[in-house]
Structure formats: C-alpha cells, structure tokens
Ligand binder design. Sequence first.
Ligand code: RB5
Length: 142
Amino acid sequence: MKRIYIASDHGGFNLKSFLAGYLREKGHDVFDLGPSDPASCDYPVKAKAVTDAVLGCEESVGILICGTGLGMSMAANRVRGIRAALCTTEFHAKFARAHNNANVLCMGERVTGPGLAASMADIFLETPFEGGRHLRRITIFN
Ligand code: RB5
C-alpha cells in the first residue's frame, strides 16, 4: 500500500478533509500536510510540502486540492520529478496513472463533488503504470 501525502489551500480545505478521512477509513497510510483550518493560505506553499514529501518517499503519491485544481497542478509541475495530473473524470484518473505515471493527483473542490473525488482517488491509487512506450515519453523531460 502506498503512503499518501495530501494538502490543500483554503479553496480545497473541505474536500481535502473529506478525502483524508475517506482514504484513512479504507486503510491507507494518509499524511495530512494541512492546512488544519480553512483560513486563507497560498497554494504553492502546500504544493511544495507535498511534492517534497513525495520525492522523499518512493512508495508514495500526493493529492493536492485547491478551488479549481489549476494552481496546485501548475505549482506541483514546476518541480522536477513530479507529474501532477489535474483530473475531473474517472477516465482522467485512470490514464493519468496508466499512461502518464502521475505521482500527484490534483482536484478542484469548486469543480468536483466528494463522491467523484473519492472514486477518482480510488482509481488513481489502484491503477498501475503501463510502462513500455509510455516510459520513453515521460522520461523525455524528467
Ligand atoms: C483560491 O481562491 C483559489 O484561487 C485557489 O484555490 C485555486 O483555485 C487556484 O488555482
């Protein structure tokens, strides 16, 4: 089972809290890197906390949530070695892993409801990378 590092800004706080509890109940090893309350905060700071943690633990993935998912995915993808995928459908979540070997799942609380978010997280966590031609493609940049 992979370790999960999760964080949000204020715009993603409710969905982050819900997902952390949902994934813990399913038996995952979840580390909530904050925030611990919905006060305004800057999403790149939280993206950095999660990407540092993911790069420091090979058997881990990250989940980052802001209002749209855009800021978190843009910030996380600035970090070499991180492949952050902003997902709005289960199809995205499946192929973010299968073809792109994404190691961070990004979502927007103002876009995606809790039921779909939970389902996307499940799919992201259970789908293996297919490798092969996809490995060549993802290694061109990092
Ligand atoms: C915060 O209002 C909002 O801008 C942020 O959560 C995120 O959507 C940025 O991309």
